[in-house]
Design a protein around this ligand. Sequence first.
Ligand SMILES: Cc1cc2nc3c(=O)[nH]c(=O)nc-3n(C[C@H](O)[C@H](O)[C@H](O)COP(=O)(O)OP(=O)(O)OC[C@H]3O[C@@H](n4cnc5c(N)ncnc54)[C@H](O)[C@@H]3O)c2cc1C
Length: 528
Amino acid sequence: MPEKLEMKFYSNKSPKKGYSWETEPNAITDDQIAETLEAEVVIIGGGISGLAAGARCAEKKLNSIIIDKNAKMAAMAGQFAAVNTKEMADKGIHVDKKQLAADWLKVSGSRIEEELLWIFINRSAEGFEWMLGLTDGKVYPRVYVGYKGPMFNEYLATHHIYLEEGCTDYQFRGGGMLACEILEKAFLKFGGQLYRGTAAIYLEKDAEGRVVSCVAKCPDEKYRRYIGTKAVVLATGDCSDDQEMLEAFCPIGTRPSRSIKRVGNTGDGQKMAYWAGAALDNPEWAPTLHVLAFSGVQFFFLHVNRLGKRFMNEDTWMQAKSVRCLMQPGGDFAYSVFDSKFLDEIGERWDILGGQGMVPHHMVGDEFDRDSLVEYIENMIIGKNLRPDIREEAEVNAFRADTLEELAAKIDVPVDNFKATVDRYNELVAQGDDTDFGKRAIMLTPIVKPPFYALKWGPSLLDIFGGALINGQLNVVGADSDPIAGLYAVGNAAGGMYAVDYPLLLNGNSYGRALAYAMQLGDTLTAK
Ligand SMILES: Cc1cc2nc3c(=O)[nH]c(=O)nc-3n(C[C@H](O)[C@H](O)[C@H](O)COP(=O)(O)OP(=O)(O)OC[C@H]3O[C@@H](n4cnc5c(N)ncnc54)[C@H](O)[C@@H]3O)c2cc1C
């Protein structure tokens, strides 16, 4: 029987490709280390995953330190996937976990560790309820309605969170920032120590090869050593701001000309793990390519590329739309085209619409709020900046015209192509059978009644999901398949649960994973 078998993953034992991140930085000499701090658990990264892991460890009486390179807390959006929560049960919603796992495997091309997926599936509700419990009932959830279609379905296990009216215990009213605030306050309340503006540079091992500490640069420009006697946990997020890592692990991530304005996710955890001997996920790491670059909505209406031609079955998810758009000539953007009946057409399909790319957000029990959508589109027509969090400049992303010719001129596509495309689309609608692209009949609506509209939409890179491989205890493993003693990873720094494409079939699964892994890490570190 072999004692050890090499795993076929990316690691520093593989041939070097010449990327700058393959070389570990020089060690800081001991005389340059201003101070050494020690705790049982040192967590590198204080985003949602690090804060959740920290709060859980501290609650379980583990003396814990979190360091984060940013001076301020940062979180994006705030959908939480949590499978079969109390809120879902109250609404009579139940997700078939086995079907969810099967669908996830399809999206990931089966290139994932199923054990990790099942930790998320089985523990996300527990983690979510635990987070809500930290607020003593001051924060409540609602369930988000997913998209339902033959090509693509979103599971109804996505939640938003809201602060009770009048509650002043928290600064943020909802979303990821509220979650991070809850977790950070809990971490500090349970005795954790948080150091922001403190960037880990590399990990250190003892003579037996156990990861025991990291060295970090602090806001006072001094270097400090942070010793974790039980665990050093990587929670440093993804690598989407590192061009070389994108090229190595997710080349399609280099293609969109727009990405979301973020806080510097340079794959530091993946690099530190790699230097320490960890195996990394094989390329292709899963990108989140959301349709957020221009208008945030497209709906199920006719989509045309920049040559004015139809190119896809529009009855699908925004990730698929992003990728199909990127494959078009001048693929930074495309247009969704409809006419003045759009509010009725959306309203008639309200119970099967929802999910990412839906404005207004559709929560279980909500009626279609026509006014919000009108306001949203009117604002895009006048060029108001609707997402100052992700876009610096205001820009016009919706167009209206009384004729198709005028609309084609406004969106700068060849008028003949555009008119021929709309004519052909209307023919397909009339025959009730999309023999060109296979869109289901219920989603076919004619473009005949002026004024006509075009929404400009395009792909934007949000995150890349891939990292250091971990086992079911969240212990990072090496290319020899052995755990690297002392080293753990959570959140986007951790690999194994995503591949090829981000599974939007359950929105908010990254935040859900952060909470599930916090539960798992707490158990792992207290079991020892
Ligand atoms: C616009 C947008 C909207 C999104 N909406 C959602 C959503 O609704 N639901 C969802 O589930 N996901 C969403 N995501 C994805 C989600 O934000 C990430 O997947 C998630 O934040 C990952 O959590 P994390 O803790 O692993 O990493 P991060 O949140 O990226 O946190 C990593 C932290 O590590 C710190 N760090 C990095 N390197 C170092 C270092 N060397 N030393 C010390 N600290 C370091 C960083 O400063 C950062 O604070 C969205 C992303 C974007 C861009």
